[in-house]
Ligand binder design. Sequence first.
Ligand code: URA
Length: 434
Amino acid sequence: MNVIEIITKKRDGLEMSPAEIEFMVQAISAGSIPDYQISAWAMAVYLQGMSDAETTALALAMAYSGEVMDLSALEGIKVDKHSTGGVGDKTTMVVIPLAAAAGIPVAKMSGRGLGHTGGTIDKFESIPGFKVELSREEFIAQVDRVKAAVISQSGNLVPADKKLYAIRDVTATIESIPLIASSIMSKKIAAGAQGIVLDVKTGQGAFMKEQEQALRLAETMVRIGRGAGRQVVALITDMSQPLGYCVGNALEVKESIDLLQGRGPKDLEALCIELAAHMLILGGKSDHIETARGKLRDLLVSGAALAKFDDLVVAQGGHLQYDLPGYGLPQASIKEKVFAEESGYITKLDAMKVGHSAMLLGAGREKLEDQIDPAVGIELVKKRGDYVQAGEPLAIMHANRRELLPPVCQLLLESFQLSDTAANNPPLIYQTVT
Ligand code: URA
């Protein structure tokens, strides 16, 4: 087989065979073709698209391009959860203990944050002492014992995606539904769970700004999963404003604990229950979604989900101090309010701008190698639908560098849109794709 022929075929809008896709993926992970040919191929795919058969073949070839997790030693149906990324999206920290408390083994591999979106690993790492690097044996043994473990994506998983993603990032070929879907699903397939619940975000703070695009991505990922013999459900959910009130690593851990203590924000709680309910259905722990939701609410009220969270934290070396108001998490040295300049109903709260504000304070990274500050971030006081009087606080900046406050304050003011009349809130969950 010849790389130039494959690039030409795709450039001319023809369908690649599974063997040709496998050849490309092997060559990408072996490093046997130069970056310029990978780039040309990625651009041809970007411009011409891929059929369902090609997309599934690409996801499978990438999934098996390196090591795959073998979860067969664990009893029960293993179910994973993935979010396409958002602002204030701390659902994983709540959904893992909820599903685990309901008896689902959750072997979770997560990533770090990039740009305006946060990453689960950074959030867990803000808990003092929490270790995100476990050996395969430690990881499996902990899921067996505690029913839950969370680790950082290992080096040898899906090497082809790692290489291809790095090239897409610098060749304007990220925004392609077949490439995004195969990239995400290759990692989910390699992570080994039989069931996968996907949270596909749409709105200003999401990758997919339009609901229609999010639906196409969700459908493509569900089809890939089915082609790989996995059970997949995707929820299309709102990311036009941040989830909950807190954006920033330790702040989000605290808000997740508050939810597990029954004092969490309602939007976050509703989404966590819904995601975990689908995990219970896929994991064979409930037959009906309403029964699953009821079980999960009971686990929240009884404190069983919080106890599971604590077990997970302790198992991975973390220390929380519930006798302290901040639970022993890192705290920023400056807490400065942002005040409304006029009165009105909040009709828009731009998730992208809030995420960017948190990133500017040091909660996120512009480049993968940037260091983050776990203590800093944004605490919203008001959200869409609320009425605010001029001079009332809209948000609190948690910062460690005073010189960052003026530009962040300005960006936060720009993220709120006010009007004399209230606007309808979009739904939190638009659609479920099975
Ligand atoms: N996330 C991924 O893992 N891959 C993509 O291509 C885009 C987002």
